[in-house]
Design a protein around this ligand. Structure first.
Ligand SMILES: [Zn+2]
Length: 267
């Protein structure tokens, strides 16, 4: 079954992963900029990372027939350093016209700190000024609910960005309703040992429906699974969901949201 994995960090994955994803039906991925597992020592580290995301990785994906799109930002974890964040934010506009860039992401909050919030607001202003879509990372820890609300408040405070142009990722049982009720899109991340498992994601879809929601693997350098999306499909088929339902959350919905960017090829 064809699908899009709209959140995966392929710079951390092998070409074998690309091959297995293509065999499982993956036709496109989107790769948000994020923390590399270590703090970069300078803005130049981000400059090179943005070159990797906009030049190297699309070529690597194309070898397997997979379209590669990306999102740019300084992630919330490194945004604690305000001087570094300012320098990195200044680099982003030069990359926003690259053909595979969909918008600003994954921005958000990690520890819900004052500095993180300031840098989040600066990213939202940049998205507003450049009419970019936004992909949001929500905190993983006990502060997820509070962080999710703070982020949605910050978008609403900006006043110019429609919630339908913002996807709030890593939603779980206790945040999904709030996000949908306020008009935003939701992403569910399927992780082997935190966030949602395929079973929990299927439960959430059964409880809250299939409008404005997608699933992703968020595969990265840690314990994660680049085939999490097709594994969730198997779980949904086992429960009796139709192929149409599965196509909606994994192909139609990503195309609808991402298609708001003129750079996304929604064929
Ligand atoms: Zn991520």
């Amino acid at each position: 079954m064809q699908y899009i994995d709209p959140h995966i960090h392929m710079v951390s994955r092998t070409t074998d992963d690309y091959a297995r994803m293509a065999q499982a039906g993956c036709v496109a991925i989107t790769e948000p900029a994020f923390w590399a597992g270590y703090d970069r020592s300078s803005p130049q580290g981000f400059y090179d990372y943005f070159r990797q995301l906009t030049d190297t990785e699309p070529k690597r994906a194309a070898q397997f027939g997979i379209e590669h799109y990306t999102w740019l930002c300084i992630n919330p974890k490194e945004a604690e350093d305000l001087a570094l964040a300012k320098d990195v934010l200044a680099l982003i506009p030069d990359f926003l016209d690259q053909p595979n860039v969909l918008g600003i992401g994954e921005i958000g909050l990690n520890k819900n700190s004052r500095n993180e919030l300031k840098v989040l607001e600066d990213h939202i202003a940049l998205a507003d000024a450049t009419e970019s879509l936004i992909l949001v990372h929500t905190p993983h820890l006990e502060d997820k609910r509070k962080g999710t609300r703070l982020i949605m408040d910050a978008v609403e405070r900006n006043g110019n960005i429609k919630p339908s142009r913002v996807l709030i990722d890593h939603v779980e049982e206790h945040t999904v309703k709030d996000v949908l009720d306020r008009g935003f899109w939701c992403g569910m991340t399927l992780y082997p040992d935190s966030k949602c498992t395929p079973q929990r994601a299927a439960d959430i879809l059964e409880m809250f429906g299939t409008e404005r929601i997608w699933i992703n693997s968020a595969g990265d350098w840690g314990n994660s699974d680049p085939l999490a999306v097709p594994k969730c499909h198997v779980e949904m088929l086992r429960r009796g969901h139709t192929a149409e339902t599965i196509q909606k959350i994994s192909l139609d919905n990503p195309r609808t949201f991402l298609g708001q960017s003129p750079r996304f090829n929604a064929k």
